[in-house]
Design a protein around this ligand. Structure first.
Ligand SMILES: *Cc1c(COP(=O)(O)O)cnc(C)c1O
Length: 364
């Protein structure tokens, strides 16, 4: 079975983890955590990194750091992984859903203004499937209406907006290092920011709200959202190969693009002229007109030994969220989209096989 995505682990991670285990520093103190934070923040082109237990806790901490809480509203694109909305609810605030745009599959800046109220405190652009959100118009609105911008970059390590890496563009940027993300620590996450005060507050909230100078003194009600030194050791190992992973994924995306050229009924993933997409999951759209069912294609590929998956459901259609809609772009992308195997260790032969299976399906 060709998986959709999996981790690349070798001696770079194993040696560091063994060193960590031998050192005895296996909880959330130890040298690997600050080293990983520094390396990843630098990779993003910003100053501070705050490692967390996962991507969801990174997002939750980011909202808490900005003081977002009960009575506040946060603008969220409806096409995302549910965690983007869940963290708003965990913070006691209300997610306000808006549609995404066709050209990038990410939040449509034109939908933000009509969704604002006097309670709106923040917007969470999601760099979905590795494509950066259109940050300039979002930041202009944020400036105009005094909103915080928290980037959900969980799927987009290394993606670029006008030559700048995502995570460094808003007030705070959040990443996930889950096993299927661009790089992994098993479970893990990180907030990056250029503001050292926010980094300090996030560090405090991450560690039970405890003062960083005065042991067991708690100025804030905090959480245990810490990353372990073992996870950070894996992360530092992954940092030695992140550029290689991005490079390989780019070549694989080009191979897919090439394979789908001229194939009516299949639209490859977008890449705006100002964007560098990292193709976290290389996802295509099937045209609804050709009468082929997306779920049939998923089954067809599965029977041929190729794993794939549908795009996310729009969050507002699921029972706990029940937002007003309709959001036609998100709904159509969700109905027609399919994510294909995207691991950096795929071979051209495997891609060619996947492409020819899809060609066979679409034209039968
Ligand atoms: C994976 C993901 C998250 C959550 O990250 P975890 O590490 O799984 O908690 C949040 N947002 C998006 C868009 C994601 O893809």
């Amino acid at each position: 079975m060709i998986p959709v995505m999996g981790p690349l682990i070798d001696a770079a991670e194993i040696d560091r983890v063994l060193d960590c285990l031998h050192s005895g520093w296996i909880s959330s103190q130890g040298q690997y955590i600050p080293a990983f934070e520094k390396a990843f923040a630098e990779f993003c082109g910003t100053w501070s990194g705050v490692a967390t237990s996962n991507g969801t806790t990174a997002l939750h901490l980011a909202l808490l750091t900005l003081g977002i809480g009960p009575g506040d509203e946060v603008i969220v694109p409806t096409l995302s992984f549910a965690a983007t909305a869940n963290v708003v609810i965990h913070a006691g605030a209300k997610p306000i859903f808006v549609d995404v745009e066709e050209a990038t599959w990410t939040i449509d800046p034109q939908q933000i203004e009509p969704a604002l109220s006097e309670r709106t405190k923040a917007v969470i652009p999601v760099h979905l499937y590795g494509h950066p959100a259109p940050m300039d118009p979002i930041l202009a609105l944020a400036e105009k209406y005094r909103l915080w911008v928290v980037e959900d970059a969980a799927e987009a390590h290394g993606a670029e907006y006008r030559g700048r890496r995502v995570g460094s563009l808003g007030h705070l940027g959040c990443f996930s290092f889950y096993g299927n993300k661009i790089i992994t620590t098993g479970e893990g996450g990180m907030i990056v920011t250029g503001n050292p005060e926010w980094a300090e507050k996030a560090r405090m909230l991450r560690d039970h709200g405890m003062s960083r100078e005065r042991k067991y003194w708690h100025p804030l009600v905090g959480y245990n959202y810490r990353m372990t030194n073992i996870q950070a050791a894996i992360g530092l190992g992954q940092m030695t190969k992140i550029n290689d992973i991005l490079e390989k994924k780019r070549r694989l995306a080009e191979r897919y693009h090439y394979g789908f050229q001229g194939l009516a009924g299949v639209t490859p993933p977008p890449e705006a002229s100002w964007a560098r997409n990292v193709f976290w999951l290389y996802s295509i759209l099937l045209s609804p007109e050709n009468g082929k069912e997306r779920d049939d294609l998923i089954r067809f590929l599965y029977q041929a030994g190729v794993d794939s998956r549908p795009l996310f459901y729009p969050i507002h259609v699921m029972p706990p969220y029940q937002g007003p809609g309709p959001f036609p772009v998100a709904e159509r992308l969700s109905n027609c989209g399919i994510s294909l195997p995207s691991g950096a260790d795929l071979t051209f032969d495997q891609i060619d096989r996947i492409v020819s299976l899809i060609r066979e399906f679409v034209s039968r």
